[in-house]
Design a protein around this ligand. Sequence first.
Ligand code: ACO
Length: 328
Amino acid sequence: MSFHIMGTGSALPRRSVTNDELSAFLETDDEWITTRTGIKSRPVCTTETLDDLAAEAARRALEAAGVTAAELDYIICTTCSAERVTPAEACVVQQAIGATCPAFDVNGACAGYVFALDVADGLFCAGRAERILVVSAEKMSRMADWTDRAICVLFGDGAAATVLGRGGDSPLYLRTTTEGDADVIHSWAPAGNSPFDEVGAARLGEDGTFMQMRGREVFKFAVTHIVSELQLMEKRTGVALSDVDHFVFHQANKRIIDAGVERLGLDPSRVIVTIDHTANVSSACIPLSLDTLARDDALKPGDLVALFGFGSGLVTGTCLLRWQPALA
Ligand code: ACO
């Protein structure tokens, strides 16, 4: 237990693309997308870059926290869809907001935000930081094949940030898991032009650089692990799930969330759902939901907030936080 969340912020592209707009160029319709996923529209970058969104989310979180860029000790970005292979997105944010601290990225796919909290917890516990900015920024529209109706309808773009301060009750629980599987969800990096590489081009020939996913397997993995990981959290912390005030799940499919809620017997009014208008923004989903709760004044001091993310890897991240924004 080493930190508290001091402030949150987010930034979405101006353009929101509806299901009906997709059916103009894909063999799909609003009814299929809504009933199978819960998505009605998704934010998609047009004139904004991921850098713009990440920096704006960071500025808003700093403002909410009352912290200046100069006071930051680290910036950690989570992303699996950055526009550059290098430098890290965190370096771009550092430059944009005028910070001077070390900055690096974490790629934990859709559970990336919880992986970043794990890293931050370690830095706070080691006495190496007073203030850490975590920015989750994803441009999933770049990874999706817009001719593949089974993929492109699912994703959106956006960024969300939180400022963490040393001291506080969080995390009351944090567990990350990886079941190494590089196949079920993957996206290849661009091939180079090495005349010696005999596999890179062949791999790209099969899949291209677009995201490939076996949706049903991911669906089962997600539902199984929402249940098992939250039950484990309950057992290890002694905090009953019925005492958790807010559940913030990765927003990949409303039916995944509903299945978890039903199997765990959770009160649906304590489960935030943003997928209808955000779609799957990968690692930005969880902090985006936190920012929505914070700005709607739905989080009261002392509230318990459970986070659960899952994604490519295959990874999961589970965390129990106490909401203490005003802690000195
Ligand atoms: N519109 C109309 N029909 C469609 C669409 C579409 N957009 N997409 C697929 N279909 C069709 C398929 O072609 C298939 O047709 P067929 O029966 O004639 O072959 C039919 O619908 C059923 O397809 P399924 O893939 O079986 O549909 P399912 O109900 O499983 O839903 C979905 C697919 C939404 C992808 C679901 O499996 C899912 O949500 N999986 C989890 C995805 C997830 O969690 N991703 C997160 C990871 S992302 C990351 O980590 C970065």
